[in-house]
Design a protein around this ligand. Structure first.
Ligand SMILES: NC(=O)c1ccc[n+]([C@@H]2O[C@H](COP(=O)([O-])OP(=O)(O)OC[C@H]3O[C@@H](n4cnc5c(N)ncnc54)[C@H](OP(=O)(O)O)[C@@H]3O)[C@@H](O)[C@H]2O)c1
Length: 253
């Protein structure tokens, strides 16, 4: 079994620990957590350290910490010529300390500690600076997921940006919809089948084909009526910007 150490105890680290526990090829021998208690429900306390000097020597280290801390954490690993992988969508592998073989292991999903997820269905994007290491990364990724892509740092940045649009921004639009429901004594539950169907549609249709609504039809009366209804200036700006984007996109087609 290939032995690994995971540094971090947040959302991604906890899901990785759970996923690797099921793998027959990878063994998590230790986890670094600043607060040992935060992951003591997942593994014995003897396998958790909060001291970099006590890190076990293994061939592969995962750094699953906040983006801002990735570089600094990589320099605290007291070994060299090991494979060191971060899990960030936006940090370049060149930000990692070059005493080790640098790479990334980016799971393209939204993780929350308390929400279980089937890792086998999560695309994992891998990158390493040393071509010969792809075999190892591929083995690790395939040990927990059925979907593995080899991508460059530049592509990962683009993918992360695309993910911000399709996930974070979409979720913020749910929040605005929820606020509008609350202000008008409506149950947000009414919108949930619509949200589900919108996501389901792009399994078979392209986003262009799936687009509906007043902006797509250029129904100016409805657009103006929606805008007049809105009292929140921020929501108005977002509505106008997205409407313009949909109309302009229609003109290009
Ligand atoms: N969550 C997602 O949906 C998602 C998806 C794909 C990729 N990622 C990437 O995965 C990485 C981790 O994200 P996350 O969501 O798991 O973050 P998180 O839940 O906020 O956890 C961050 C972890 O980083 C640790 N940390 C922060 N600064 C540190 C430092 N200076 N030294 C040591 N540890 C430090 C925190 O320790 P304390 O608890 O002690 O503060 C915590 O364990 C990020 O690079 C993120 O971009 C996240």
């Amino acid at each position: 079994m290939l032995e690994i150490v995971i540094i971090g105890s947040g959302n991604v680290a906890q899901h990785l620990i759970k996923a690797f526990k099921k793998s027959k090829k990878i063994k998590v021998v230790q986890v670094f957590a600043r607060n040992k208690e935060s992951i003591s429900h997942l593994l014995p306390i003897s396998k958790i350290t909060s001291d970099y000097n006590n890190l076990k020597e293994v061939p592969v280290y995962f750094i699953a910490v906040s983006d801002n801390a990735v570089a600094q954490v990589s320099s605290q690993i007291p070994f060299s010529n090991k494979v060191v992988l971060h899990t960030s969508g936006s940090v370049a592998i060149s930000d990692l300390d070059d005493k080790n073989i640098r790479g990334s292991f980016y799971p393209v999903q939204t993780f929350s500690k308390n929400k279980n997820i089937d890792f086998t269905k999560i695309p994992i994007c891998i990158e390493t600076e040393q071509e010969t290491m792809y075999k190892t990364l591929d083995l690790i990724a395939h040990s927990i997921s059925d979907i593995v892509y080899k991508i460059t740092s530049q592509q990962r940045k683009a993918l992360h940006l695309a993910a911000v649009f399709v996930n974070n921004f979409t979720n913020h639009l749910y929040k605005i919809g929820n606020d509008i429901c609350i202000e008008n004594q409506l149950d947000f539950e009414i919108l949930k089948p619509l949200i589900q169907e919108t996501a389901n549609k792009i399994v078979n249709l392209s986003p262009n084909e799936a687009q509906t609504g007043p902006a797509k039809r250029n129904d100016t009366q409805t657009i103006n009526s929606n805008l007049n209804f809105l009292t929140n200036e921020n929501q108005k700006e977002i509505y106008k910007l997205l409407t313009k984007s949909i109309i302009d996109n229609g003109k290009k087609l």
